[in-house]
Design a protein around this ligand. Structure first.
Ligand code: ADP
Ligand code: MG
Length: 344
């Protein structure tokens, strides 16, 4: 056996570093959609419009009416680890925005042809930055930002090969917006594909806003077949809706969990929700629910996964209990009412 040839240690070129990082953040068009919609929401957008071509592979354009990016900051926005959202470890520990890693735009730019067009309030005109050439030109636009991502993975054919059909990629993009839309009924969303409007959810306000958005996004059935969840246990607040046992499905495709407004996939939460159905749902039937956990940001770490879809709770037992009780209580209430009515 021969020893491997010794090669000198070298720092990787910037472009390659970004492409490696992009591997973690940008898996498919829907990942780009998630990052760009996160940014639009962080910018305070009231209306977000998506335009897609070929399931997002040829074009993803996300347009918002948020605070915009000043013309002189456009090049910085595309740099790795450049963010306006945190400045210190302290900020990181109580982060209230969807983004904070300053990675998304750099990562997406490294695996696509990207352009950012933006105009903040008070700037006389918009400017457009072409990420490939670095060129900045004046352009026309109202206050807000449009990010255009073309030819995703054109330079990384290995990634491109993993993409599914346009219809499948589109479905994933829509699902990604749906997750945002459920958390933010106060924001309007529209999704266009190949020039056709595929989904539109109008902004709703007031106490019924969440329920109305749920019905718009998941259908009236979701609302009529679920009960309201409201529960405060110590520092944990659980709200949302939990489906009655009869509404259970064969697939777990109507289970949405949010932590402080962020969509997450978390074993503690899904296990807790499932355990609330322990005695009333049998076999492999999957309950439907949309649950929001609000908790002091210092009690949850959102910086465990590059896509931030996973979180770590400091006191996971406390959160588990809160969610389980919250759902159990909500489900018990209508049964108690039915039993009382029957006894009369
Ligand atoms: P992060 O969201 O983690 O800060 P990004 O790479 O996604 O990192 O974005 C970098 C920066 O660009 C953001 O911090 C923000 O200041 C700015 N930015 C990106 N998208 C928008 C947008 N739609 N509206 C306003 N500013 C934006
Ligand atoms: Mg971001």
């Amino acid at each position: 056996q021969t020893a491997p040839a010794r090669r000198p240690i070298r720092e990787l070129p910037d472009e390659l570093i970004s492409q490696i990082a992009a591997g973690e953040v940008v898996e498919r068009p829907a990942s780009v959609v998630r990052e760009l919609v996160d940014n639009a929401l962080d910018a305070g957008a009231r209306q977000i419009t998506l335009r897609l071509l070929a399931g997002g592979v040829r074009l993803i354009s996300v347009e918002d009416d948020g605070i915009g990016i000043p013309h002189d900051e456009l090049p910085v926005a595309l740099k790795r680890h450049a963010t306006s959202k945190i400045q210190s470890l302290n900020d990181l520990e109580s982060v209230g925005t969807m983004g904070f890693r300053g990675e998304a735009l750099a990562a997406i730019a490294s695996v696509s042809e990207m352009a950012v067009l933006s105009r903040p309030e008070g700037q006389a005109t918009a400017f457009m930055l072409d990420a490939r050439t670095g060129e900045i030109k004046p352009a026309a636009r109202a206050t807000g930002t449009t990010v255009e991502v073309k030819e995703l993975f054109f330079s990384t054919p290995a990634r491109r090969k993993f993409l599914k059909s346009d219809a499948t990629e589109l479905a994933h993009c829509v699902e990604s917006v749906r997750r945002h839309a459920l958390a933010r009924p106060d924001v309007g969303f529209a999704i266009w594909h190949e020039g056709k409007l595929v989904e539109q959810w109008r902004a709703c306000h007031g106490p019924e806003a969440h329920d109305r958005r749920l019905a718009d996004v998941l259908g009236e059935d979701f609302l009529s077949q679920s009960v309201a969840v409201h529960y405060n246990v110590g520092p944990v607040r659980v709200s949302g809706r939990a489906g009655v046992p009869d509404a259970a499905r064969s697939r777990a495709d109507h289970q949405f969990c949010y932590v402080n407004g962020r969509y997450v996939r978390d074993k503690v939460l899904t296990h807790a929700a499932r355990s609330a159905y322990e005695d009333i749902l049998h076999g492999h039937r999957q309950p439907i629910y949309a649950l929001t956990v609000e908790i002091d940001p210092t009690r949850v770490d959102v910086n465990v996964h590059p896509t931030k879809i996973e979180v770590r709770f400091r006191e996971s037992r406390e959160v588990h209990q809160a969610v389980r009780y919250a759902v159990e209580n909500a489900l018990a209430a209508p049964r108690a009412a039915l039993a009382a009515a029957a006894a009369e």
